[in-house]
Write a protein that binds this ligand. Structure first.
Ligand code: HEC
Length: 167
């Protein structure tokens, strides 16, 4: 009996020690991993930003639902925003009214290059995010519907019904 107890006791202790050791290894392993992750994110914050911050607005820009027909479209104008109703209006509305009124957009006119420049300017100075695949769609819409207005003289009038002024 005494022999058995002596035998069992150290064995039991060894088992316990092994188990504790394994848990300590696991714990320090996890701690080490978290430490490395922390150091990595501190040294390369832009990675963290790209993963968690930059993806959010992009998502918002593409998660734009279609405009309901009964939402108010009068004479081809989306009443709520004043935008001309055309293809890609949903993307434009979702993206370009996030920071300012649609008026700022509809009051401006430019060709594709000009609109691209305005977008670049906002990206450089106003924290506008990378528009990704939406950019081409937005430019299609803007360059088509908010193109520069034709300048110069009006077209020559035709089929004029002159008043007869002879007495
Ligand atoms: C991240 C915020 C933000 C988003 C999104 C944004 N803008 Fe802007 N935009 C600004 C700010 C800020 C201004 C400057 C407003 C001011 O001057 O009062 C501005 C100004 C403008 C102007 C006026 C530029 C000028 O020369 O006066 C136009 C046009 C414009 N934005 C178009 C757009 C279009 C088109 C989109 C969609 C692609 C868009 N904006 C999306 C922030 C944004």
């Amino acid at each position: 009996m005494a022999e058995l107890d002596e035998d069992r006791s150290p064995g039991h202790l060894r088992l316990l020690a092994e188990r504790i050791g394994r848990n300590v290894n696991l714990l320090s392993g996890v701690t080490l991993l978290l430490g490395v992750l922390f150091v990595f994110l501190t040294v390369f914050p832009e990675v963290f930003q790209r993963v968690f911050v930059a993806s959010a607005p992009e998502q918002a820009a593409t998660d734009v639902g279609p405009i309901a027909v009964d939402e108010g479209i009068v004479n081809g104008i989306h009443v709520e925003t004043g935008f001309i109703v055309d293809d890609n209006l949903e993307v434009v509305r979702g993206t370009c009214t996030a920071c300012h009124s649609a008026k700022l957009v509809t009051q401006n006119r430019a060709d594709r290059e000009g609109w691209t420049k305005m977008i670049r300017w906002m990206q450089k100075t106003q924290k506008l995010w990378d528009l990704g695949d939406s950019e081409a769609l937005i430019l299609d819409y803007l360059a088509k519907n908010y193109a520069p207005q034709k300048k110069g003289r009006r077209a020559r009038l035709t089929n004029i019904e002159w008043y007869d002024l002879t007495p």
